[in-house]
Design a protein around this ligand. Structure first.
Ligand code: 13P
Length: 254
């Protein structure tokens, strides 16, 4: 069963007080929208106060990253058990982490494994860069990212995949619904080769990259797309609410 999901990736935005303000602005209304998983992913330092504010609501909390070791001398890092107390989900392998912080497929797979081991649901991000897209290498790149990111993972329970073409992130140049649907279909078929058809049937795959209240319907109407990972538009209460509302109205549980 695939329940649609809209996840807001706040990235490195909002101070603690701004995060609290944003949650207070949008979460009472967000809580009332049914038949959809609503996720917010604030920066690490806001996870504690935000978790208190949304306690008892239908809103889920996600982190934006983790380190794969459980504890120890890893200055500045956050471990899976630290997050498991607070969050249900964690974004892993975002293209900004891969490109600005040198995360490799091997690191990403260790993070996915560690998240699953701590009972966290990973939102694994994959997507091709503009030069790969223009050279027609999308399929090659996403299937390679998929297999390296999931290497050694036998049971991806609770895994969510986000297809985020790098050229669409923060650029205002979203993919079209058809383009995203085609690549997500391909990702689903590639996952079926790694796992069973049953696992793949229930696997939620989101689109991410310049999603707004104006274009969300185009994505959600597509048969392969189960929701969205939203960056910039998730920082605006009214727009994020509109994205979630439209998704819940258009997209039934599959
Ligand atoms: P934008 O929605 O700002 O393009 O960001 C997408 C993204 O990277 C979500 O993880």
């Amino acid at each position: 069963m695939r329940i649609p999901m809209i996840a807001g990736n706040w990235k490195m935005n909002t101070t603690v007080s701004e995060a609290i303000k944003l949650v207070n602005e949008m979460c009472p209304e967000l809580d009332k929208i049914n038949n959809i998983d609503k996720v917010i992913c604030p920066p690490f330092i806001s996870l504690v106060p935000v978790s208190e504010l949304i306690k008892g609501s239908s809103i889920k909390l996600g982190a934006q990253n983790l380190y794969f070791e459980e504890k120890g001398a890893y200055t500045g890092e956050i471990s899976p058990p630290m997050l498991a107390d607070l969050c249900e989900l964690v974004i892993i392998g975002h293209s900004e982490r891969r490109h600005y912080f040198g995360e490799t497929g091997e690191m990403v797979s260790k993070k996915v494994l560690a998240a699953l081991g701590a009972g966290l649901k990973p939102i694994l991000c994959i997507g091709e860069r503009l030069d790969d897209y223009e050279a027609g290498r999308t399929e090659e790149v996403v299937t390679e990212q998929l297999s390296s990111s999931l290497a050694g993972i036998a049971h991806p329970d609770g895994l969510v995949i986000a297809y985020e073409p790098v050229w669409a992130i923060g650029t205002g140049r979203a993919a079209t619904g058809e383009q995203a649907n085609e690549t997500i279909g391909l990702i689903r078929r590639s996952t079926a080769k790694l796992y069973s058809d049953e696992i793949t049937r229930d696997l939620r795959i989101l689109y991410g990259g310049s999603v707004t209240a104006d274009n969300i319907a185009e994505f959600i109407q597509q048969p392969e797309i189960d929701g969205a990972l939203v960056g910039g538009a998730s920082l605006k209460a009214a727009e994020f609410l509109s994205i979630v509302r439209q998704t819940s109205e258009i997209r039934q549980v599959r």
